[in-house]
Write a protein that binds this ligand. Structure first.
Ligand code: MG
Length: 260
């Protein structure tokens, strides 16, 4: 990462690079090409570090990564040892706050970590060790979203507890104050130092907005039924680009168009 004004690909995983069955096959060739070009691919996700390590190994990535919606950043030092820098509140302190939030809301907020095997399969398409890795949180408390009306009230209620809530593509996420994907990206740039990269940010859901706002070029990746409605205005105003196809295929095509 020594080239001046070199690109960083900073990408959400679920629903963006990965489809709803967690496949990223259509992007495999482009991921390999990015590595050959020494263009970092930095996952920026709601997933836990354990889950991202599995993805990085499968994709052959060695670049830093941002986990739990900006709750921590990770990377490797010169000897290949992994480091972690926490930016949020630890799960052991956040978890009781979900109960407080539930009381304020007056609606059930079922934490991801309490989903049974069959609920994990139904709501996330995850079971066994994959579900367990998603359930072992350090810096966030994901929960099954409440009613549409409840979702609208949550951010202000969380703020009254000094915390944040964001909506991902399947789960809501309770976070420490000022924790966001964009904040974590700023911290990562600061920590790594060197020339400022040009950041190409890619996301699919409202929790990606801080990442897209922090990026130099922001891309919304649609699902098979089009982009998330939260992006309608920004897309109309051409503040964000729309990838030309869903998930990994759109991800790969937009990167080839912009960089290749
Ligand atoms: Mg997503």
């Amino acid at each position: 990462m020594t080239h001046s004004n070199s690109w960083w690909i900073v990408t959400d995983l679920d629903g963006t690079l990965l489809d709803h069955s967690y496949s990223w096959e259509p992007a495999r060739t482009t991921l390999r090409w990015l590595q050959e070009q020494q263009i970092p691919v930095i996952p920026c996700t709601s997933k836990t570090a354990e889950e991202v390590r599995g993805f990085r190994d499968a994709a052959g990535l060695r670049d830093p990564f941002i986990v739990e919606n900006g709750g921590a950043i990770h990377g490797e030092d010169a000897r290949g040892e992994e480091w972690e820098e926490a930016l949020g509140i630890h799960h052991s302190h956040l978890r009781p706050q979900l109960d407080a939030l539930e009381t304020l809301l007056g609606e059930r907020l079922m934490p991801l970590e309490e989903l049974s095997e069959s609920e994990g399969q139904r709501l996330l398409g995850l079971g066994g060790e994959a579900l367990a890795q998603a359930q072992r949180r350090c810096w966030s408390v994901p929960f099954v979203p409440p009613s549409a009306e409840g979702r609208e009230r949550l951010p202000a209620l969380a703020a009254s507890l000094g915390l944040g809530v964001v909506q991902g593509n399947r789960m809501g996420h309770l976070l420490g104050p000022d924790v966001s994907k964009g904040g974590a990206l700023s911290r990562l740039k600061q920590r790594l130092g060197g020339p400022q990269p040009r950041v190409l940010g890619l996301g699919d859901s409202p929790n990606d907005i801080p990442l897209l706002e922090a990026a130099d070029v922001a891309v919304v990746v649609p699902g098979p039924n089009g982009p998330h409605p939260a992006f309608r205005r920004a897309l109309e105003q051409k503040r964000y680009l729309l990838a030309p196809a869903a998930h990994g295929e759109g991800w790969a095509r937009v990167i080839r168009d912009l960089i290749g």
